[in-house]
Unconditional design. Structure first.
Lengths: 358, 262
């Protein structure tokens, strides 16, 4: 088949979403399909720009290219999923979160603009009107599918894919740190872990790896660590190479990953692949689809005291942490997460509406 | 339901202030109201029914406004009392309650817009009243015609309420004329302080309009304006029209279902 992957590109920014589209392209190509990625430029400030991008995407019709007809359009992101195609399959990475579950979040700025609410309503309206035109709708995770159902009343099927480093991750003997690999951002809640460290009783150490979203946030959590007297128990690794990342996974005592309502959460899957216990929070979204509290990790309420208890447990009882890690690996293996399955689901003929997709 | 209400407040002696004093007690029975004002003083009795908040155009707390369910903007001809309210309506769509049949003075004397370009008086006269409007606008700008005469011929009602998601007017004939145009939904309701009117009926009509209007019209308008602006440099009228038609189709497909908030 000739397949186009429709996504967006924020100029000069490269992150997980770009990598995700490329990995999908490789997986489809490995199955013999001719595949290309179409990325619409995107900017969200001021919010009226978002309306421009919505209309622009909607005006595109990718039924044909100079190479001939396009058999399938796989749309991943807002607003690229408005592009017209008679055989469009949606594999939703996430909707425009500022218009939905993050609307009231203090760090999200759509609501600070005069027309913020109007743009939010326009996005919701367009999603409700246009998403159902896809022949099949998949979501990146149950969390994303749940939001689509809750806010738009649209059913979708969760379709998991392997994390980017799935074939390189390994396990080694634990050393002396709990690992938190993620971009430093208010939504990832490194600050919650810093606060929790101050309440631990065991002297647990945490290694943070990842680029800060802003210098201000890095400064904020460093100052917080200094004020709480835990600076010496934190290792700030900054951005690390893939080689260092997999090694850090391999040698950690456990992984802590308590984001706020994450879409999917590669970190929890990568930790499971490395056979490490995962500490996450009840409101963390995607990670809760994989972490079974008490079996493959610990799911704590999102408060410093509870997270501290979980950190103490894995730090003090290494044998228990190891058992949970091994159980996590077994759970991952049982989930049948593979690119082959993703390709099969996305490229198989659509089942007529009204029939159940399982 | 949380309503953000913009109006001159008593003791200012304009129709909108009197209407607000009469309507708010009824509206407060079923909704939570925030009265926004730029006045230094207001009738303290209003605090029995609503929270009164002062605002400044330069630092308006948009997040607070965005978290409400409905914004209502009371407009009248007096720019001194309604100018900033109109500019807020242009920045943040909501229901416009219009207390006068012509808004020419408001249009001419209001402060600068909160954001975006001011298209200019003559251009707006032409947009809404054609070549006669343009000619009259130029004559007026040249000092050869009075504002009162212009207001009589060209009430400038349309550009003032254009950004609203719905409009309430007291004049049945005006409502009928506006309803025939491609503007926001319009309802006619008797002045709650006038003959045949009462505050309860006004509140009923307001809430019905809010429920029916949604934000679909306002969104379409913004999209259409932005597309038109982007297409301006295309000189060939046929090409421009073809592109605009395609864009209009795209906009229609996205906004056919009127959003009703959460």
């Amino acid at each position: 088949m000739r397949i186009l992957i429709a996504t967006i590109k924020v100029p000069f920014i490269r992150g997980g979403a770009e990598l995700h589209a490329e990995n999908l392209q490789k997986a489809l190509a490995a199955h013999g399909h001719e595949v290309d990625i179409v990325a619409a430029p995107f900017r969200w400030n001021p919010p009226e720009r978002i309306l421009d991008h919505m209309v622009t995407c909607r005006m595109l019709d990718l039924t044909e290219t100079v190479r001939g007809p396009v058999d399938l359009l796989i749309a991943l992101r807002f607003p690229a999923y408005y592009i017209r195609h008679p055989n469009k399959v949606l594999w939703l990475l996430h909707q425009f979160r500022s218009a939905y579950e993050l609307w009231d979040h203090p760090q999200v700025d759509l609501g600070r603009w005069p027309n913020g609410r109007l743009v939010r309503d326009a996005i919701r309206d367009a999603d409700r009107s246009l998403l159902p035109e896809a022949a099949k709708i998949f979501a990146n995770s149950k969390t994303v599918a749940g939001r689509l159902q809750k806010y738009c009343g649209i059913a979708s099927v969760p379709l998991y894919h392997p994390p980017p480093l799935h074939d390189r991750i390994f396990n080694a003997k634990a050393t002396d740190y709990v690992f938190f690999p993620s971009r430093l951002s208010p939504l990832k809640r490194q600050s919650l872990v810093v606060e929790a460290l101050a309440k631990t009783r065991s002297g647990v150490r945490v290694a943070f790896a990842g680029e800060p979203e802003s210098a201000e946030y890095l400064e904020k959590i460093r100052n917080m660590a200094r004020r709480l007297g835990v600076l010496k128990r934190i290792l700030w690794l900054g951005s690390v190479s893939n080689e260092e990342l997999v090694e850090r996974y391999a040698k950690c005592v456990a992984v802590v990953y308590p984001p706020l309502d994450e879409d999917y959460g590669y970190v929890s899957l990568e930790a499971m692949l490395a056979a490490k216990a995962v500490i996450t929070c009840t409101d963390s979204g995607g990670p809760n689809e994989f972490v079974v509290s008490g079996q493959t990790g610990l799911v704590a309420p999102p408060d410093p005291e509870s997270v501290a208890q979980a950190l103490d447990l894995v730090w003090v009882d290494r044998a228990q942490a190891e058992r949970m890690g091994q159980a996590g690996r077994a759970r991952y293996d049982g989930l049948n997460i593979s690119w082959d399955r993703v390709v099969d689901e996305l490229t198989s003929p659509a089942i007529p509406r009204g029939l159940t997709v399982s | 339901m949380k309503i953000h209400w913009f109006s001159p407040l008593p003791p200012v002696e304009v129709s909108a202030a009197a209407c607000t004093a009469a309507v708010v007690p009824c509206l407060a029975r079923t909704t939570s109201i925030v009265l926004w004002t730029a006045q230094a003083a207001w009738d303290p009795a209003l605090a029995r029914y609503a929270r009164v908040r002062k605002y400044s155009m330069r630092r308006f707390p948009w997040r607070t406004l965005n978290r409400g369910d409905l914004a209502v903007f009371n407009l009248g001809r007096e720019a001194e009392h309604h100018g900033t309210i109109w500019r807020l309506l242009q920045a943040h769509s909501g229901i416009a309650v219009v207390h006068d049949a012509q808004l020419h003075e408001l249009y001419l004397q209001a402060p600068h817009p909160v954001s975006g370009e001011d298209p200019g008086y003559v251009a707006e006269c032409e947009r809404f009243y054609g070549s006669a409007g343009r000619l009259a606008g130029e004559i007026f700008r040249g000092g050869l015609c009075s504002a009162a005469r212009m207001a009589e011929r060209f009430p400038m009602f349309e550009p003032v309420v254009e950004a609203a998601s719905g409009v309430m007017v007291y004049d049945g004939a005006l409502a009928g004329r506006l309803a025939r145009q491609t503007g926001p939904p319009v309802v006619h309701v008797p002045n709650p302080l006038g003959e045949g009117g009462n505050p309860d009926e006004f509140v009923r009509a307001l809430l019905q309009l809010a429920s029916a209007a949604g934000s679909g019209y306002a969104t379409s308008l913004i999209m259409a304006q932005r597309i038109a602006h982007a297409m301006k440099p295309i000189v060939n009228a046929q090409v421009r029209e073809a592109v605009l038609n395609r864009a209009a189709d795209a906009v229609c497909s996205m906004t056919t279902r009127r959003a009703g908030g959460d």
